[in-house]
Design a protein around this ligand. Structure first.
Ligand code: SAM
Length: 190
């Protein structure tokens, strides 16, 4: 695992921070999660960490960047996890799945979080959970007025809009945590 972490660091590939990841792995174990849909595989690091928890866990993940996808395929093979992890190379918005999952992990383009949520909520079982990462966005969502770059301000506005969307959502109950870079756990109401 250390090799993957170092590779990600050296190549500026954003993988989930250890604190948030530990929280997510504990959640998966405690809630007996067996089927996972991940949006945003990068080089497969978080999918590999989740799959290694339990040989019964099955993960479907998607990555649109070709180089990262290729790295992910190699890494999944390196860890012998091909039977547990299915990875697609495509834009998540082109991915149409019938299957319903226990758990959906949204970790792709932050500006699109509401769209990902709306698209994939049909793939969640009743009582299932959607976990979204990076909601503090390195602390920036709480200090909008100090951001100078226009693009960054827009991104922060979109993340705040997503937080608002979750808070007001009538189909899901959401709890926000400060672990890692800010996590939301949204559970589908019955
Ligand atoms: N979950 C990974 C981990 O912790 O090891 C990190 C994922 S990284 C934060 C986000 C990834 O999502 C990037 O590699 C990016 O190319 C991919 N991505 C962004 N938007 C996407 C989309 N619409 N469809 C598929 N992949 C996307």
């Amino acid at each position: 695992m250390k090799d993957l972490e170092n590779y990600a660091k050296e190549n500026h590939i954003p993988i989930m921070q250890e604190e948030g990841l530990s929280f997510m792995l504990t959640y998966i174990k405690e809630h007996n999660v067996k089927t996972i849909l991940e949006i945003g595989a990068a080089i497969g690091y978080s999918a590999i960490r989740m799959a290694r928890l339990d040989p019964e866990i099955r993960i479907v993940t998607v990555e649109r960047d070709l180089e990262r996808y290729k790295e992910a395929v190699l890494n999944i093979e390196r860890f012998g996890l091909e039977k547990q992890i299915t990875i697609y190379h495509m834009d998540a918005f082109q991915l149409d799945l019938e299957e319903q999952f226990d758990f959906i992990f949204i970790d792709a383009a932050k500006a699109q979080y509401i769209k990902f949520f709306e698209k994939f909520k049909k793939n969640l079982k009743t009582n299932g959970t959607i976990l979204s990462d990076n909601l503090n966005f390195h602390g920036l969502t709480h200090q909008k007025e100090r951001i100078e770059s226009r693009n960054l301000r827009q991104l922060v506005r979109k993340i705040n809009a997503y937080i608002d969307f979750l808070q007001k959502n009538e189909e899901f109950d959401t709890i926000f945590y400060d672990f890692g870079d800010g996590i939301a756990i949204s559970t589908k109401k019955i």
